[in-house]
Each structure stands twice: as C-alpha cells, then as structure tokens.
Design a protein around this ligand. Structure first.
Ligand code: SF4
Ligand code: SF4
Ligand code: SF4
Length: 404
C-alpha cells in the first residue's frame, strides 16, 4: 500500500553486473514491459556511450532496457516536455517513465492542464540531489579534479561531496559547496531544489537508507505503485527486505540536510535581488532583458508554457514583431504566465543563449506566491494553480509585490 518501503535488489544477473545500487530500477522497468503493464519505457541513455550526452529513449523491447542502467548526473533532459510534445498526452500509449522530482512535478502540472494523461503513465521516481551541466562538468573535471572527463565512469553526490570514479577504479572527491562557490558543481536550479524524493511519482527509488551500493531504497507513493511493486516481487524480478527503523531515519535525516542546504542557496541566490531597492531591481532586470534575442527558447523549453496559440507570437499583436530586444511585454507575459506553477526545473535557463538568470527570477517569484497562496507546484494533482482559481475579490484583496 501507499507508504510501504522496501530495500530492493534485482534478481537478474546481467542487470546486477551493469546497473548501480542493485539494479532494482532497471529490473522494474524491464518487468513493466514484459508484463504488458506498459507499451514502452521512457528513460535516459548515454548516447554512443558518452555520459555527457544523456538523451531520452523510448524502448519497447524488454532486453533493451538494460542500456539505460546507471545514473547519469550530467544529463537533465526535458522529460515532461518530451512526453507532451512527442507522445501526445491524449494517446493511449502506456509508458513507464523514470522521473527526477522536477520531472514528476512538471508532469503533474501538465496533467492539471490536460496536456498529459497521468492514467497512461507509471512514474518511476528517482531521488535526486542535483544534476550538472555537461559542459561545465567537463571543465570542472579537468581543472578541479585534474582528471580526463573521458575517464569518468560514475559520479556521486552525497553529504555535500561530489565524487567521481575513474575507469582505473580510483575515486576523487571534492567539497560540493566549495566547487559551487567557484561556479562549478550542480546546475543553479538544483542547488535551490528542496524536493529530493519524488513522492508525487508512483514509487520513489534512491540510495539513502541502504548500507552498501548494491541495494535500492523504494518508497511506495501511490496505489498504482503499490500494485506494480507487489507484482514485480511475486514474479521474482526483485528481491526485497523491510528497511530497519535506522534506515528510515537515515533517509529522513539526509532529506532534511539536503533541504536545509537548498534553503541556504535560495537565500544566497535571492538575497542579491531582494536586497535591491525597487528602482535597482527594475534596472537590473531591464538590463538583463535588454540582452534577450527573442529566440523563444525559454518558452519552448518550459513545461509550464503549454499554450498551442501563444500570445507572444508576432501575429497575435501583443508584442510588436521584428524588434530585438523585444518589448518588455515579452518577458513580462512569460513570467506572469508561469510564475505560480514554476517547478524550478531550470530548463529555461539552460537553453537561454544569452545566459539570462531566468529560473532564478521565476522561482524567486514562485516562492513569494507559494507563501501567499500556500500552493506548492507539482505536489498534488488535485490542487489547481492559484492564478487559475483566484477570484476577482481575492485579487483585489491580495497585494502581490512582484520583484521586478
Ligand atoms: S531541480 Fe531538483 S529534482 Fe530537478 S534535477 Fe535539479 S536537484 Fe534534481
Ligand atoms: S520557468 Fe523555467 S524553471 Fe520554471 S518551470 Fe519553466 S522552465 Fe522550469
Ligand atoms: S531563451 Fe533567452 S534569449 Fe531566448 S527568448 Fe528566452 S530570454 Fe530571450
């Protein structure tokens, strides 16, 4: 049932050899296909074995699932957008999909907007404390770890340390905060992320609470997830044991520590903006937006921007066409359309060719709105976003000071 927890390990010898943490996730994905529960598996694979080029793959043959085994920290493909754009949320294709917390949250928000049919998905959540930009990671490995990026076979983030494992078996470890203060480490949005365990998925899988690197801690988060895990156990695909109370306590403490670190980063990242006067903030953001080349990358990457007929297109007459930088309505409209539901996935900032700190601004505004409306994006599929449900009377009563 929902709330059950297991320490799990694959029963498949080949998966055990290739996968990490006992291969439970890979075995579960394979079982989802074999059992006919889903038509396809959507997961991330290193393209041509290059771990800095993780791409989403849609797999329909169970024996190919093993190609997605192993964690790729230098990959953060836009899974929710992929589902929406390429798998047509209204279709009947049933898909098991691996999701980090931000992917799961974006899927929940798109479900509320009737862009994804959650009934067709089996969300296999992966606990996450951060992903790295592939380009920056390669530079960091060369300069900070003094290693060849091509020699890295695994990365790990644990207890505020970043560890890389090289193909000769040696490991190198660095303090994560020190790396991040020097501009390396996790993507900026990941530093601020408070959701490490994707409890909005059907199951959440992670390494916290396990005593060695050969097992996975699984938390059951829905009745769908519960049925699935029970079937996988009965079919002998994974071997499970009950976690001890110490293991459960370890998960809780590690989650709390990661949340605390994220809040410290939020304070640091937002302080420079919130401490400005209104005029200074306006000038800061005007200068930032004056660099915008109106490529639409941020809009096209954002999982919350879902309109098929976007008011920012030239033919809608909202933003004058042919102007670079675009009229201030361009960033303003995008920000106001997404700020109540921003899931801090960082996709907008990742794709911006002008390197505008977009997710920093939008997530900061989202935190302000979350405080006012008590709405946490992506956590509960039954709760609608506040700017969709707010009444005219509430609008006139509430004064939302937008930090622009
Ligand atoms: S935003 Fe959070 S869930 Fe998403 S990749 Fe970063 S740390 Fe992981
Ligand atoms: S605004 Fe940026 S960070 Fe927020 S949901 Fe959209 S793409 Fe993700
Ligand atoms: S991605 Fe950057 S440059 Fe492109 S439209 Fe968005 S803010 Fe402007």
């Amino acid at each position: 049932m929902k709330g059950d927890m297991y320490i799990a390990r694959s029963s498949d010898k080949e998966i055990l050899e290739k996968a990490e943490y006992g291969g439970a996730v890979t075995s579960l994905l394979k079982f989802a296909l074999e059992s006919g529960r889903v038509d396809a598996v959507l997961a991330i694979k290193a393209r041509d074995g290059n771990r800095y080029d993780g791409v989403p793959v849609l797999i329909t043959e169970p024996e190919e699932v093993i190609e997605t085994a192993g964690a790729l920290h230098c990959a953060s493909p836009n899974i929710s957008r992929f589902l929406k754009e390429y798998l047509d949320g209204a279709s009947d294709l049933k898909v098991a999909v691996t999701v980090k917390p931000c992917d799961a949250k974006a899927i929940i928000e798109l479900t509320k907007r009737i862009q994804i049919n959650l009934d067709n998905l089996l969300l296999i959540g992966l606990n996450c404390t951060g992903t790295l930009s592939p380009t920056k990671a390669k530079t960091m490995i060369k300069t900070e770890f003094e290693a060849d990026p091509a020699d890295v076979v695994a990365e790990d983030i644990e207890d505020n340390k970043l560890t890389i494992r090289l193909k000769d078996g040696t490991e190198k470890e660095k303090d994560l905060t020190e790396l991040e203060e020097r501009g390396y480490g996790r993507r900026e949005n990941c530093r601020r992320c408070e959701t490490n365990i994707p409890i909005m998925a059907d199951i959440a899988c992670g390494k916290w609470g396990t005593t060695d690197k050969n097992k996975t801690f699984i938390e059951v988060c829905s009745e769908k997830g519960s049925d699935f895990i029970k079937e996988a156990i009965e079919a002998g695909k994974i071997k499970v044991e009950q976690p001890s109370s110490d293991a459960i306590e370890t998960v809780r403490k590690k989650d709390e520590a990661a949340i605390e670190l994220a809040r410290q980063w939020q304070e640091k990242d937002f302080a420079s903006l919130t401490e400005m006067s209104g005029d200074e903030r306006f000038n800061y953001w005007s200068t930032q937006f004056s660099r915008c080349i109106k490529c639409y990358g941020c809009r096209d990457a954002c999982p919350i921007c879902y309109c098929k007929d976007c008011v920012l297109e030239a033919d809608r007459g909202f933003v004058p066409p042919g102007e670079v930088p675009p009229d201030t309505m361009f960033p303003m409209v995008r920000i106001t359309h997404v700020m109540d539901s921003c899931v801090n996935c960082g996709q907008c900032q990742d794709v911006c060719p002008m390197e505008l700190p977009l997710s920093r601004l939008i997530f900061m505004l989202n935190r302000e709105l979350a405080g006012i409306f008590k709405y946490e994006p992506g956590m509960d599929v039954s709760e609608l976003p506040p700017l969709r449900t707010v009444t005219d009377q509430e609008l006139s009563l509430s004064s939302v000071e937008v930090a622009l």
